[in-house]
Design a protein around this ligand. Structure first.
Ligand SMILES: Cc1ncc(COP(=O)(O)O)c(C=O)c1O
Length: 398
């Protein structure tokens, strides 16, 4: 018997493709004892739980608590907008509080693009951004990510040949998946191109605070100064994705329009959580805890890359991550990489396949996104050993 759908879907809903590759949970097999190198969570033991507890206690115990249970301003609590603005070095009017990075990306896409527009994206790309684009229906033009960020020389050539994008999407710091950081020179070149050719840069920067010791992160002054940039960010990687809180740094004068847009979607972010985060940002213990987490992630990254080089020798090329959550090795050899993924899962390790990060079509076979953030050093080594067994079972040599 067939049952009728309870409601007839809109063309938008009916047309949304199911997730394929990245984010398709049916492809991931996690048996008990499996090691998951596929995720994007921070390590919960590196989150500032004590700072959270004190902030929650202070907020629920304060006289303002009952007011926080009412509707609060759609753009965000003024005190949180100010706290974030101070850190960003911009006026508070430019900050819009969101329910996390994905929400900020959806607002940026809905506020920038019309059906049929062209958008340039990182290649490899953060795949869930492409899923946000499904809301609109646009043409995607991949531009390669070089060792110092999205290749502005390649972009300039294509623009001079007639490419006219409405927007460009990049993850500028410790890019997901490649770990690459956009240099200050490329940032300036990108802004100059945006201003010359009239497109908007959507800069999605959730990993900026996860810098390993000794790594200087560009301050993004060119992005902040330009009225062509929407800088989307989130506390998901520093305070945990369960929080669902982020922000956008908008060009001057743009907050009113974007607030009107978000009013049509969700009205506001939880005032209670905003007040908690504002207290956390004002707590002297927070920044040292984020720096300490960066050092711990650096140790995990090193353990992972050392193990990969030991296990695979010449068969792997792997840049050393300088921050973020991911390693992006490239394996070389006459191996069927789809079969490798299955053989690895048979042996109890899973990861994200390189092909799932291609901005279009096939590409990045032989690459893998291996996440070290949440995994213990012992499990990182064991995971690599299992991957090595899978590799050799298919005839790969290291
Ligand atoms: C590049 C990038 N953008 C956005 C997000 C989404 O952030 P949020 O969990 O705050 O929605 C992630 C999370 O993995 C990410 O890696």
């Amino acid at each position: 018997m067939t049952t009728a759908a309870a409601t007839d879907p809109s063309a938008l809903l009916a047309g949304l493709p199911a997730r394929q590759g990245f984010g398709d949970a049916t492809l991931i097999r996690l048996a008990p004892g499996s090691i998951d190198l596929g995720g994007g969570n921070p390590a919960t033991d590196l989150l500032p739980i004590d700072v959270y507890q004190d902030a929650f206690g202070a907020v629920t115990g304060s006289t303002e608590f009952s007011a926080l249970l009412k509707y609060t301003p759609a753009a965000g609590l003024p005190s949180l907008r100010e706290a974030i603005a101070r850190r960003e070095g911009v006026a508070p009017e430019r900050i819009l509080i969101t329910n996390g990075g994905a929400h900020g990306l959806a607002l940026a896409v809905l506020g920038t693009l019309d059906p049929g527009d062209v958008i340039v994206v990182d290649d490899p790309v953060y795949p869930l951004f492409l899923r946000v684009l499904d809301l609109i229906g646009v043409s995607v033009v991949p531009v390669p990510v070089a060792a110092d960020g999205i290749d502005t020389d390649d972009l300039e050539r294509r623009l001079s040949e007639g490419l006219r994008p409405k927007a460009l999407f990049t993850v500028p710091t410790f890019q997901n998946p490649s770990g690459v950081t956009l240099s200050t020179a490329r940032e300036a070149a990108l802004v100059a191109l945006a201003e010359r050719y009239g497109f908007t840069i959507i800069a999605d920067d959730p990993y900026r605070a996860i810098a390993f010791p000794g790594t200087a992160v560009p301050d993004r002054a060119a992005f902040r100064r330009s009225d062509r940039v929407l800088a989307v960010n989130t506390f998901s990687k520093t305070l945990g994705p369960g929080l669902r809180l982020g922000w956008i740094v908008l060009p001057e004068g743009a907050a009113e329009g974007y607030t009107r847009l978000r009013n049509r979607l969700d009205g506001q972010t939880s005032g209670v959580l905003q007040a908690v985060v504002q207290r956390m940002l004002d707590d002297d213990r927070l920044d040292p805890s984020i720096v300490a987490a960066g050092a711990a992630y650096a140790g995990k990254a090193r353990a992972l890359t050392d193990a990969l080089r030991e296990e695979f020798g010449d068969a792997v090329q792997i840049p050393n991550p300088a921050g973020g959550f991911f390693a992006w090795p490239r394996f070389t050899g006459d191996v069927d990489f789809a079969a490798l993924f299955e053989a690895a899962q048979d042996r109890g390790v899973t990861y994200q396949r390189g092909e799932w990060f291609a901005a279009q079509g096939e590409g990045f076979a032989g690459f893998a996104r291996l996440s070290f953030s949440e995994v213990s050093i012992a499990d990182l080594r064991e995971g690599v050993a299992r991957l090595g067994q899978a590799w050799r079972s298919l005839g790969g040599r290291g």
